[in-house]
Ligand binder design. Structure first.
Ligand SMILES: Nc1ncnc2c1ncn2[C@@H]1O[C@H](COP(=O)(O)OP(=O)(O)OP(=O)(O)O)[C@@H](O)[C@H]1O
Ligand SMILES: [Mg+2]
Length: 679
């Protein structure tokens, strides 16, 4: 091309030959620009670009297929749909284990245009019907149905509840041989045919078909079908056969076919879930996403957070964050009783179950090794003393089997119980062991009436600042308190117990959680137990029972040490076991009832900012927040400064408005003038 330019220069016109004038400046500039562009083009020709890398080596277009570097490509398009179309009709195609590209185009059509056409159709159909009736012919159900459908659609379009679209559906399939391509095309056509959807292969438009399914939103086929909103909604393709429901939340992406796992855990037999994975595999991340998304669906959430990692999330959504520690003001009285509403439960039963729970707590607090290895508890004498003392402690506050209304009583606290206990013979040892919780180092925790409120949609209990020794009993008390609240009012709730192995360490707390998991369904509660200590959890009989009673299970990355046990417990194939061993962060298996799929947990940018526990990201977020607060403070200071400067010390003199022509205006002007003179 440079040579051509040269040519242009050396072949001037005759006039120029005679008097070689310098070129005008603009023309000169143009030529210079052209040369630069040419040079650039020459340079680019020698550089490898992305399109060079992804482009096929060859591209042969035949009337009914494309040959793309040895791969046979064909596009199939849908021409008509039946009168009734089921939800997720495209799912069977999406779930085919084949390579394909699918494109859907939706062209909105103005309601006015369609209404005009429909009106014409109505006229035509009605005329036909009335002619039939005049001639005394039998009724024609086909025409009547069409008329009814059109009338319904006209109503919906006019009211704006439906919109009208032209809908195009193209599928490009790939195969290694022509035979395979033909077979696949027939399979797909018959799959569509079984649903009364008629499709055709592109003929003499193979290239246009291929182009239309590239991710370029470039519809070169334009083969559309008129549809209104409802049937179009049924073509939503991201459906994981049975794992997609209308009212669920997004759990992740189905890694088999990239469809979405939209699931409602309350639609299962029970709403419990267990999450197992190694540390850092993304357990808390996934559960936090579930929390955020469930809150939008109006579900109440209660979380037990041992690492204070749910605080950001809590602040962002305006939840209540209760930090339970020796020094904190948030107290929970283990002697609290539930206040059942609208339910016939005998007070006697409530007191009995409270006493059983309290004995469990006392075993964690002051139990001593008994008989068998690892068994912690009391001697039979101690047990009966405690039993009586608990009953009497309640009786002292007038809480007996005869109490009518539990919502007005004031339950005893730990020191009341110790008072009762110390009056009994043979209780010295027990009292001595218990007093550290009322007078000693640990007195701040369990010896006071409840001050915590649970009216918020999201309540988080943090136990990070508790001494390790106090954690199991504190979590036990918190869960008991939550359980009482749950029993008091039936509501859709989720309770999340993060790092649940804390509770599995003690037989009593493990038993307690197990009992909750078994019973919570009746109170519309779903419990999520998260644990990284898979072996400990699964080897305990209570842990096993919790897994059996949880319809939903999430397995993320596993360590080789626990992989075999996991495989046995969840009946995994070898392939699934290796998938878990090799999973990346946030990847794993999702079980819902009998079905399971490989899943990837994904979050939006904003969600990620709220739920991450990555220390570096958290530092950055913290820094950004501080900068923002500083900027805000500076701006506020500047505004107050200017206000100070501009605000006059004396009262401003009222400004005289120009006299208005109306009477009211004149009166006003007069009033102001009067005020000024008075001043
Ligand atoms: N799906 C995901 N996408 C992107 N990042 C993720 C995903 N899941 C987790 N992460 C990141 O991985 C890290 C660990 O996640 P997370 O805190 O959930 O681990 P964990 O399993 O709860 O660990 P631990 O048992 O120690 O509490 C975090 O920094 C988080 O931001
Ligand atoms: Mg975690």
């Amino acid at each position: 091309m440079a040579i051509e330019l040269e040519k242009e220069k050396i072949v001037p016109s005759d006039a120029q030959m005679k008097a070689p004038k310098p070129l005008p400046q603009e023309e000169q500039k143009l030529i210079e620009e052209k040369t630069t562009l040419e040079e650039e083009r020459l340079y680019r020709r020698g550089v490898v670009t992305v399109s060079d890398i992804i482009a096929p080596a060859s591209f042969q277009v035949t009337p009914n297929y494309l040959l793309l570097s040895g791969v046979y490509v064909r596009t199939i398009f849908v021409i008509t749909y039946p009168r009734y179309i089921g939800l997720g009709w495209s799912a069977s195609i999406i779930n085919l284990n084949k390579t394909f590209d699918l494109a859907m185009y939706f062209y909105p059509v103005k309601a006015g245009v369609i209404l005009k056409q429909l009106q014409k159709r109505v006229g035509y159909l009605e005329a036909g019907l009335s002619m039939d009736s005049e001639k005394g012919k039998p009724r024609d159900p086909l025409r009547e149905t069409a008329l009814r459908d059109i009338e319904a659609l006209r109503d919906a379009l006019t009211q704006g509840t439906e919109h009208f679209f032209q809908f195009a559906f193209y599928l490009t399939i790939y195969a290694k041989s022509l035979n395979e391509l033909d077979k696949l095309s027939t399979d797909i056509e018959s799959e569509f045919g079984s649903k009364l959807i008629y499709s055709k292969k592109g003929f003499y438009q193979a290239e246009q078909g291929f182009n239309s399914t590239l991710p370029l939103s470039n519809d070169e086929l334009m083969i559309t079908y008129n549809m209104n909103t409802s049937p179009i909604a049924a073509s939503f393709p991201f459906i994981s056969s049975d794992l997609t429901s209308d009212n669920g939340i997004l759990y992740g992406i189905n890694r088999h076919n990239n469809s979405l796992i939209l699931f409602d855990r309350f639609s299962l037999q029970n709403a419990n879930a267990v999450v197992f994975a190694t540390s850092g595999a993304g357990k808390s991340y996934m559960v936090k996403l579930e929390v955020l998304r469930s809150l939008m669906m109006g579900v109440d959430i209660i979380i037990i957070d041992p690492e204070m990692e749910y605080k950001n999330l809590c602040e962002a959504v305006g939840g209540t964050y209760v930090s339970v520690s020796l020094a904190s003001q948030a107290k929970i009285n283990p002697f609290d009783l539930p206040k059942p509403k609208g339910e016939e439960t005998k007070v006697e039963d409530i007191i009995r179950s409270a006493i059983i729970t309290l004995k469990g707590l006392l075993r964690i607090m002051i139990g001593q090794p008994q008989g068998g290895a690892g068994v912690v508890g009391f001697t039979p004498e101690e047990d009966s003393i405690l039993d009586r003392a608990l009953l009497e402690a309640y009786a002292k506050k007038d809480i007996t089997a005869d109490t009518v209304d539990l919502s007005v009583v004031e339950p005893p606290v730990l020191s009341d119980f110790i008072d009762v206990l110390s009056g009994m013979s043979g209780s010295d040892n027990l009292v001595a062991r218990l007093t550290k919780f009322t007078d000693g180092t640990f007195s701040g925790l369990l010896n006071s009436p409840t001050t915590v409120e649970m009216s918020n949609q999201l309540v988080i209990f943090s136990v990070r600042d508790l001494e390790d020794e106090l954690r199991p009993m504190s979590i036990y008390t918190i869960i008991n308190y939550i359980w009482n609240t749950v029993r008091s009012e039936r509501k859709k709730r989720i309770l999340i117990i993060d790092e649940a192995w804390w509770l599995m360490m003690h037989e009593d707390s493990a038993k307690f959680i197990h009992a909750l998991v078994k019973r919570c369904r009746k109170y519309y509660l779903g419990i999520t137990t998260i644990t990284q200590d898979v072996n400990d959890f699964l080897l305990s009989s209570y842990g096993q029972a919790i897994v059996t009673n949880s319809s939903m299970q999430f397995l993320l990355k596993q360590s080789p040490a626990s992989a075999d046990l996991i495989q046995k417990t969840f009946n995994l194939t070898d392939g699934e076991k290796y998938l878990l061993l090799e999973s990346g962060v946030g990847e794993g298996l999702f079980f819902a009832g009998q079905k399971h799929v490989a899943m990837k947990v994904v979050a939006s940018y904003t969600e990620d900012q709220l739920v991450t526990t990555n220390p570096q990201q958290l530092l950055e977020i913290e820094k950004a927040r501080k900068d923002f607060e500083k900027k805000l403070a500076d701006e506020n200071a500047a505004v107050t400064e200017t206000e100070k400067e501009t605000s006059p010390l004396e009262e401003p003199v009222p400004e005289v408005k120009p006299v208005e022509s109306s009477e009211a205006g004149q009166a006003e002007a007069e009033r102001i003038r009067q005020t000024l003179t008075d001043l």
